[in-house]
Design a protein around this ligand. Structure first.
Ligand SMILES: [Zn+2]
Ligand SMILES: [Zn+2]
Length: 360
């Protein structure tokens, strides 16, 4: 055997095993009823081609804080929590309180807390009495009703006086006006592909692969400092312009050496920044305020392999894609009477038999 021949053989063996396993796993699913099991082993693989795709993604991790005014029970003592005006630097932003941004890019809920607005008022639920009509007896205390034997019996409510504690002020008669603050973290991501094959985009974009370029920028320290002074729409634009420039130069330096076409990546980056809405413009101080936390730009190399194979004399093709080797049949897949269909028909016949026996 010549070196060329042995190389060819090694190559064929190497290529052959990967699609066979993926096809066997795919075709063994019971719910693909007419698809012959162990198709990888039983089919003749004619041709495979790597169409390796690049998925580009870019996004900003955003922190959003909203506040609503509400009343909470007030017991007359000094309020121990946050009070508007007590923070040293500024109290004109919700980010002056309890700000600890999470790591990573997961969508999640963050801190929830109250800020006292310092205003105390008579509870509207009980007009300051601390007690309201009893919800169990409606203030009747004693009444008559029929029991299950149709006898009239007397009922006496445990409240004693037809009243109960006011739930709005828990009996204090006063409420304190506060801001209830809630925090949410979201990742707004955009994706683009460098791929010209036939695997549908929705499958490609949801695939896993190997990250070949990653750039992250942390804004948190800078934006918190700016938020204290009043983070505004111009500052957001300035911040994004800085990141845009930084990303472009990094792409020029490092991505050009990768397999990805740098024009596609810079195109995506430019378009992303051009179309990026300025969420800060919609900020309402102490009502709804957002801050950009960090940015991530990634290029993922997604394995995509096209496979042409023959089964019982007919030609078929499919794609194997993603790190977990998913299979997408391109066009028709082989269909025949399989053991899976046999099981289904067998069960059906058995049920019919039971029904016939039940009737007779
Ligand atoms: Zn009662
Ligand atoms: Zn009340």
């Amino acid at each position: 055997m010549t070196t060329a021949e042995s190389q060819l053989q090694v190559q064929t063996q190497g290529i052959a095993q990967y699609p066979i396993n993926a096809m066997n796993r795919w075709s063994s699913s019971f719910f693909k009823l007419s698809l012959p099991s162990n198709l990888g082993t039983r089919a003749a693989i004619k041709e495979t081609a790597d169409e390796g795709a690049k998925v580009l993604s870019i996004g900003v991790y955003i922190a959003l804080r909203v506040a609503e005014v509400e009343g909470v029970p007030y017991d007359g003592s000094t309020y121990e929590g946050h009070t508007i005006g007590d923070e040293s630097k500024s109290t004109s932003t919700l980010w002056a309180y309890e700000t600890a941004f999470p790591e990573g890019f997961d969508t999640r809920d963050g801190e929830e807390f109250l800020i006292s607005l310092g205003h105390i008022y008579k509870c509207p639920g009980c007009s300051g009495q601390g007690r309201v009509r009893c919800s169990t007896c409606g203030g009747r205390i004693r009444w008559h009703e029929k029991n299950w034997k149709d006898e009239i019996v007397e009922k006496i409510c445990s409240c004693g006086d037809g009243k109960m504690m006011c739930p709005s002020c828990t009996g204090y008669g006063e409420q304190l006006k506060v801001l209830r603050v809630k925090t949410h973290y979201v990742f707004n991501e955009k994706k683009e592909k460098e791929y010209s094959g036939r695997l549908p985009e929705r499958l490609l974009m949801g695939s896993t692969g190997n990250v070949i370029f990653r750039h992250t920028t942390e804004f948190q320290k800078r934006v918190i400092a700016e938020a204290i002074d009043g983070f505004n729409a111009d500052e957001f634009t300035g911040l994004m312009a800085d990141v845009h420039g930084e990303l472009r130069s990094e792409v020029a330096e490092s991505v050009a050496r990768q397999m990805v076409n740098p024009q596609i990546l810079t195109g995506l980056i430019d378009r992303y920044f051009r179309e990026l809405p300025n969420p800060v413009a919609a900020n309402q101080r102490l009502r709804a305020e957002m801050l950009p936390v960090r940015l991530k730009c990634e290029v993922t190399d997604v394995p995509v392999k096209s496979v042409k194979y023959q089964y019982k004399g007919r030609d078929y093709s499919l794609y194997i894609y993603s790190n977990d080797r998913q299979v997408w049949p391109e066009g028709k897949a082989p269909a025949e009477f399989t053991w899976k269909l046999g099981v289904v028909f067998g069960l059906f016949a058995f049920v019919c038999l039971l029904l016939i026996m039940a009737v007779h």
